[in-house]
Design a protein around this ligand. Structure first.
Ligand code: GAL
Length: 403
């Protein structure tokens, strides 16, 4: 019993000596001994039973709260499954929740995890600005928080694991530039429309800006033209990334600006759930005979089918299984009080960049980030997805995800 108390005290001390990366000091380096002296009355126990209350990382044990935003957007079901699988396989107990895209529910889910005594939180925020109550609760308990995929803008978030979100958008914009050969447009003007993501999602503005920066030179020189004039983020954003919202806006744009036979050459969509709506609108409401280039992100099954059928042109694939592997490795390093920097990356076994400049909290503090690498998928390299082992290809040529 006494050994358990010592272990618990050391575990608390170790977590307490951990400080957050975003806005806090660096986590205590691994060689820094826990500063808490065991109380005098605690003696080293006689038995040598395995100490099951040592710092979570030491045993691979401990309890992890995994808070996903929703199950209505396909990828988060995979993220939740991969994260749960990774942490459990590493000996952690997990609590996995999906908050139905309702921020109040996500706050409640996280508070319940804290009440259940989690040692760490892994959170994909519905709204990175709206979790302060829950994050303050985590900070009070010295519970480290990993912002998963979407940055939480509160300083209590310790570190960030995602993909290079700006590059996701850049790849989409560059794809359109290349597919239309805008470098050699001469006097020709190509017409484009844009659909961005959820304004509450910190990622959405990175996707948008990366894409806009790629196509801006061609908007400037007249090779590209946004016929609707709807180019600013607020004008093209899609609350909740909802397919139906993207569909309705695309139908409105097509009826208002393209019913007179104006040709539409490309529609830049920030992700697959919005691309699904835009593709449906173009298929049903666009009268032109040309194929409209439509971009996406995530490798959702319905969109991969559209890519095989030729109604969507590309998606930016992010291997979220790898994202969960990096998250587990980071979590263990944080819990073990290791120094959190690029020196961890070789142990991930996954291509990743350590970035301390691109992401900051609403207080203006930089959030140290591990950013994985996104890839362009078209009908010409669908086999790359099969080769990940995370998709299978049916006899019909369509892909199904294994989770
Ligand atoms: C983003 C995420 C993307 C996109 C969107 C909807 O934050 O990084 O993969 O799909 O949410 O889930």
């Amino acid at each position: 019993m006494k050994r358990k108390l010592l272990g618990a005290l050391l575990s608390t001390a170790m977590v307490a000596s951990l400080v957050v990366g975003c806005g806090g000091k660096e986590a205590a380096p691994a060689d820094t001994p826990a500063e808490t002296e065991a109380p005098a009355e605690t003696e080293a126990p006689a038995d040598d039973a395995a100490d099951d209350t040592a710092a979570p990382a030491a045993t691979g044990g401990g309890k992890i709260g995994i808070s996903m935003p929703t199950q209505s957007l396909e990828r988060w079901n995979r993220d939740g499954a991969y994260l749960d699988e990774q942490f459990k396989a590493a000996g952690f107990e997990t609590i996995l929740t999906f908050s139905d895209d309702k921020t109040d529910q996500q706050v409640n889910d996280i508070q319940n995890m804290l009440a259940d005594g989690v040692d760490m939180l892994v959170i994909a925020a519905i709204d990175g600005n709206a979790l302060n109550t829950a994050l303050e609760g985590a900070a009070e308990k010295n519970i480290p928080v990993i912002s998963y995929d979407r940055l939480i803008l509160n300083d209590a978030a310790s570190y960030y694991v995602s993909f290079d979100n700006y590059t996701v958008g850049k790849l989409q914009g560059e794809y359109i530039v290349k597919a239309l050969d805008l470098e050699n447009a001469g006097d020709k003007t190509y017409n484009i429309e844009i659909t961005a993501g959820d304004p509450a999602d910190n990622n959405a503005t990175y996707f948008y800006q990366g894409a806009i920066d790629a196509i801006q030179p061609y908007l400037d020189n007249g090779a590209l033209n946004v016929v609707s004039g709807q180019k600013d983020f607020d004008a093209v954003a899609t609350p909740g990334w909802k397919t139906d919202t993207a569909l309705a806006r695309a139908q409105n744009v097509l009826s208002s600006y393209y019913a007179d036979g104006t040709q539409l050459d490309a529609w830049l969509c920030s992700n697959d759930s919005t691309a699904l709506g835009v593709t449906q609108a173009v298929t049903s409401d666009y009268a032109g005979s040309n194929t409209v280039i439509i971009t996406g992100q995530d490798g959702d099954e319905a969109n991969l089918k559209n890519i095989v059928d030729g109604t969507q042109t590309m998606t930016v694939y992010k291997n979220v299984s790898n994202e969960s592997i990096v998250t587990l490795a980071l979590a263990k390093a944080i819990l073990a009080g290791e120094t959190i920097d690029e020196s961890l990356i070789p142990s991930f076994g996954i291509e990743c960049a350590f970035d301390t400049e691109s992401y900051e909290t609403s207080a203006g503090n930089k959030c140290p980030s591990f950013l994985l690498v996104p890839n362009v998928i078209t009908k010409d390299n669908l086999q790359d997805l099969v080769d990940t082992g995370l998709y299978t290809m049916g006899d019909d040529g369509y892909l199904s995800a294994t989770k």
